[in-house]
Design a protein around this ligand. Structure first.
Ligand SMILES: Cc1cc2nc3c(=O)[nH]c(=O)nc-3n(C[C@H](O)[C@H](O)[C@H](O)COP(=O)(O)OP(=O)(O)OC[C@H]3O[C@@H](n4cnc5c(N)ncnc54)[C@H](O)[C@@H]3O)c2cc1C
Length: 329
């Protein structure tokens, strides 16, 4: 987002040994530690971070079997997607164009256009700061949920991810679950993985969700609010506030007796439409869920806009929105 102050201490680590050294240094000097990937899902406070920021830059992609790839946490996510597609490996093609590092993806359980990394991650190797040793966590141990995982929700800050193992489908067919993506290929033979990845990037670009130099709509942290998950029973109240029937509301099933509501719909119906905001912080002109820095915004400006939206949606629908980006500082 291009907001926020400095780190008191900063280092980059390029090997597992350096991870251990950095963690030990912070402990010895009584400094808080923040693990940085690509910085694409952060909201850094204006006063910065009073501690050590460790940027993870471990590289390397190694084939470990049929459809199996071990990837260093510092690899660029989108370049990895290209690599997998070029190797004819299916499973991440719909996640093309998402900025950030490999290490950030299991943390945030990144997802888009009908795929989530939780479906293809086999295991995660990480330094466990509590035990002081490297551990390997299999998929079930990572406790992946919608944009949540062991790493950001159950035990935030405990693990420094150094490597992620993917199990992709050799010569697999692309995933076409997302309606907008399906429409692109209707009436045609099954597209290639490369065609699907390109289509996803095109859609993302049209919504300002692809990092493009000079496109101020992409100066965001992606979707700023999570889609709220609610009890089916609570939908009547939301529907009444919207002046409609519960089954007239857009929604997706979210497990036993629960549904997920599109946060974008809630914002729009509470008056927070594309382009909203007078100042340097505003809603993207092409995507309702992206709060953007139009130039010169501070973190305080972004937080003010966030609070205004959260309050507005709560007053209108009684639904509490949750921020997706991680607040630092
Ligand atoms: C334009 C745009 C579009 C986006 N679109 C999407 C989208 O479609 N879907 C989606 O899910 N997200 C999206 N995002 C959000 C973001 O790209 C992802 O969450 C991404 O995975 C964050 O990775 P990062 O390396 O930048 O993490 P950072 O922003 O650096 O960090 C995010 C969190 O992960 C932790 N972390 C990072 N690396 C490690 C590590 N090695 N070990 C331990 N913890 C670590 C950090 O401490 C922090 O808590 C978008 C962002 C932007 C700017």
């Amino acid at each position: 987002m291009g907001v926020g102050g400095p780190a008191r201490y900063f280092c980059e680590v390029r090997s597992e040994e350096e991870v251990v050294v950095a963690v030990a240094w912070a402990k010895k000097h009584g400094q808080r530690l923040f693990v940085l990937g690509g910085g694409s899902n952060l909201l850094v406070r204006d006063a910065g971070f009073d501690g050590l920021v460790v940027r993870v830059d471990l590289r390397g992609i190694e084939v470990c079997g049929d459809g199996c790839l071990n990837v260093g946490a510092g690899e660029n996510w989108d370049a990895f997607v290209d690599r997998a597609v070029a190797m004819d490996l299916a499973g991440v093609e719909c996640l093309a164009g998402i900025p950030g590092s490999m290490g950030g993806t299991p943390v945030q359980n990144v997802g888009a256009y009908g795929q989530e990394v939780a479906e293809t991650i086999e295991e995660v190797r990480a330094f466990d700061r509590m035990k002081g040793e490297f551990v390997v966590l299999v998929r079930a141990a990572c406790r992946f949920r919608y944009r949540e995982s062991l790493f950001n929700s159950d035990e935030p800050g405990r693990y420094v991810v150094t490597q992620v193992r993917f199990r992709l489908r050799k010569e697999g067919v692309p995933t076409l679950r997302y309606a907008e993506l399906q429409r692109r290929f209707t009436g045609r033979q099954m597209p290639t993985l490369k065609e699907v990845a390109s289509a996803v990037r095109e859609i993302r670009r049209s919504k300002g969700m692809l990092l493009v130099e000079g496109d101020s709509d992409s100066r965001s942290a992606g979707s700023f609010f999570k889609n709220p998950v609610m009890e089916v029973g609570d939908m009547e109240r939301v529907a009444a506030a919207a002046g409609t029937e519960a089954d007239g509301l857009p929604q997706w099933p979210a497990g036993e007796g629960r549904v997920k509501l599109p946060a974008a719909w809630l914002l729009e119906h509470a008056g927070f439409v594309k382009g909203y905001g007078e100042g340097a912080a505003g809603i993207s002109t092409r995507h309702t869920l992206a709060l953007t820095n139009r130039g010169g915004a501070t973190c305080a400006d972004i937080e003010r806009l966030q609070d205004e939206i959260v309050r507005g949606v709560r007053e209108r629908f009684g639904v509490r929105l949750e921020r997706e980006p991680v607040l630092v500082g």
